[in-house]
Design a protein around this ligand. Structure first.
Ligand SMILES: Cc1cc2nc3c(=O)[nH]c(=O)nc-3n(C[C@H](O)[C@H](O)[C@H](O)COP(=O)(O)OP(=O)(O)OC[C@H]3O[C@@H](n4cnc5c(N)ncnc54)[C@H](O)[C@@H]3O)c2cc1C
Length: 387
């Protein structure tokens, strides 16, 4: 037996003992997804236990260093854990922007103090994070952001940043404990005047207002900052150099979003069986493309984890994965006919197909639109003239 085979056998045995049966069932709705944080109410004892055992072993973030709450596993071992979890249908113990976005940025740009303070909290699911990037006048043109942080010297209250402005489309801002936020600290240069700031959403002056999504839920908000005082040391990287941190984090966000293309695994043709032969042919063609995407995704993940992927490749993956997910949802709706439009009954699990279909429309917008990803691919990967 090779070392990795032994590791696989141990992982399988450990999961068998420690993954509660209830956590081996597919996710039915958002409520089944554990997001952690100060205000999280566990749905069940099993959900709580699953997070606790996985966090204690460092397997909410298997490939992060042990010193920061991770499992200290090699990329190969981390893949084994993922595969063995998939084999028994185990749910992800924790959904977290801290894990998929902020964590990698802190590992690269954070001070030792910031790493030892924030990363273990993220790994244990104690703090829920939201992302304060977009503003009413700054989406695709993100560097046009205007939320301002002014350095204030205060001999009584301590030196701090004074933050004023507004963010928009902030996913889960009303539920998050902390925000990672892009702020303007200098007007001299567009990208050069941005800093990357962390602060508590309970700080006086922070308020949120939910925005309703077409799918019927309200997961994101307008977020307002009105004279918010933030300690000076809660900046990641250097003052006015936050754009480097922001771009690095976006790569990880796009890598995470591209995973939507995998659609939880399994063939669409096996799941939906319409009578119409033309639709069956479309579904078969989709399944072939989905398999090709899966192969591409495995290759990309291996290169990305080894820091060998082209820096623009998350844009390529995000574009392919999200367009594929939209196509999957279109086909599920087409196969379901008028029944699929049903919205409220238990029979259709509260209109899951229709809600997922409408939610998927946002996939090619969040984390940067498809058009913007294509621009990046044209310029940085294909090096097309004029791009
Ligand atoms: C579900 C969802 C969740 C989100 N969550 C968050 C979050 O948590 N935090 C956060 O900060 N933001 C979040 N966003 C915002 C998201 O990042 C922005 O919506 C996105 O970057 C696009 O910006 P915009 O909406 O201002 O559109 P615009 O930038 O105004 O774009 C409008 C249209 O013009 C096109 N366009 C713009 N520029 C170009 C160009 N140069 N070339 C070609 N076409 C172009 C775009 O592709 C788009 O079709 C979320 C969005 C969605 C849909």
């Amino acid at each position: 037996m090779t070392e990795i085979d032994t590791f696989r056998a141990e992982t399988r045995a450990w999961l068998e003992v420690n993954c509660p049966a209830e956590m081996r069932a597919p996710i039915r709705s958002e409520a089944d997804m554990c997001w952690g944080g100060r205000n999280w109410t566990f749905q069940s004892d099993a959900q709580r236990r699953w997070l606790e055992v996985m966090a204690t072993r460092g397997w909410t973030v298997p490939d992060w260093p042990r010193d920061y709450g991770g499992g200290g596993l090699t990329p190969e071992q981390a893949i084994v854990v993922k595969e063995e979890m998939a084999r028994i249908g185990a749910r992800q113990p924790l959904y977290s922007f801290g894990i998929s976005m902020l964590g990698p940025a802190l590992l690269k740009f954070g001070t030792e103090e910031q790493k030892t303070h924030y990363l273990p909290q993220i790994a244990r699911g104690e703090i829920r994070w939201c992302q304060g990037y977009s503003e009413p006048g700054a989406g695709s043109d993100l560097a046009g952001l205007q939320t301002k942080a002014e350095a204030v010297s205060d001999p009584v209250g301590g030196d701090h940043w004074l933050v004023n402005g507004q963010k928009v489309w902030t996913s889960y801002a009303d539920k998050a404990d902390w925000i990672f936020c892009l702020v303007r600290t200098s007007g001299e240069s567009k990208q050069g005047g941005i800093s990357f700031l962390l602060f508590d959403m309970a700080t006086p002056g922070v308020s949120t207002k939910p925005i309703l999504l077409i799918s019927g839920s309200s997961p994101f908000c307008e977020t307002f900052f009105d004279d918010v005082k933030v300690p000076r040391d809660q900046i990641v990287g250097e003052v006015n150099k936050g754009w480097d941190v922001a771009k690095y984090l976006l790569g990880h966000e796009r890598e995470m979003i591209s995973g939507m293309g995998l659609g939880g695994g399994g063939s669409l043709g096996a799941a939906v069986k319409p009578g119409d032969p033309l639709l069956r042919a479309e579904i078969a063609a989709f399944d072939v493309d989905a398999l090709a995407f899966q192969a591409m995704s495995e290759r990309f993940t291996a290169l990305w984890k080894a820091s060998e992927a082209h820096p623009a490749s998350p844009s390529m993956m995000k574009y392919a994965g999200t367009e594929l997910n939209k196509r999957r949802n279109e086909l599920v709706m087409a196969a379901g006919g008028s029944d699929a439009l049903e919205w409220d009954s238990e029979r259709t699990r509260k209109g899951k197909a229709a809600r997922d279909w409408l939610r998927s429309k946002g996939n090619s917008i969040e984390g940067g639109t498809s058009e913007v990803q294509l621009n990046i691919v044209a310029k940085h990967i294909l090096r097309l003239p004029g791009a």
